[in-house]
Design a binder for this molecule. Structure first.
Ligand code: SAM
Length: 191
């Protein structure tokens, strides 16, 4: 259903960084996870939608890359603590009802020295969203994440900027980008 191209802000922020273990949460049809795997990242990609994950598996096979795909609710199944050098969440759609605890467990998946990258739609009109049956008040937003990271992360970017390479036809022209580095020593052995 989607373009098959990786998200522009992910490419802008991550291209050229040292590779390691990456977790893509809400991976959808997997274009970002595949792009990361093609660049040498060891990728785990999770989505609550079995349809999305099955499409992602097909796309990865066509691209001839290995990604560890999982169909799971990240709010119910927290990732292992400190297990990833990169946690990417592109255009999250995580319900607020679960409270802060699963979000904190999710952020805790980032290893010391690792990177968190969350990208959302900026300037989205809440009324238009509601007309499409999506009430933004029900979903965790970047301001929530910004508040949650302060204890353990140094924020490197908290910005709104034009969306690089927007998919054709989208009305989402700007990205809100939160990039933060977990405090602590990066583990040895990464290239
Ligand atoms: C707006 S889409 C973004 C998909 C992809 N990251 C992209 O940029 O194309 C949000 C994705 O999050 C997934 N999702 C929503 N709640 C989730 C949850 N609790 N656990 C895992 N995935 C979830 C949805 O199924 C959907 O694929």
């Amino acid at each position: 259903m989607w373009s098959g191209a990786p998200n522009g802000s992910l490419v802008t922020e991550i291209a050229g960084l040292p590779v390691g273990r990456a977790l893509d949460v809400g991976c959808g049809e997997g274009a970002d996870a595949i792009w990361l795997a093609q660049r040498g990242w060891q990728v785990t990609a999770i989505d609550i939608s079995s349809v999305a994950i099955s499409r992602a598996r097909v796309a990865a096979k066509e691209a001839d890359v290995d990604v560890d795909w999982a169909c799971a609710d990240i709010l119910e199944t927290p990732p292992a603590p400190h297990a990833f050098d990169l946690l990417t969440i592109q255009y999250p759609a995580l319900l607020r009802t679960a409270g802060e605890r699963p979000l904190r467990a999710l952020l805790n998946a980032v290893a010391p020295g690792g990177l968190l990258l969350i990208v959302g739609h900026a300037h989205a009109d809440p009324e238009i969203a509601r007309q499409h049956g999506f009430d933004p008040d029900n979903y965790v937003d970047l301001a929530d994440f910004s508040r949650l990271v302060v204890d353990d992360f140094d924020v490197e970017t908290n910005d709104i900027r034009p969306r690089p390479s927007p998919p054709p036809g989208t009305h989402h022209a700007d990205d809100a980008v939160l990039r933060a580095r977990r405090r602590g020593e990066r583990r040895a052995g990464l290239c």
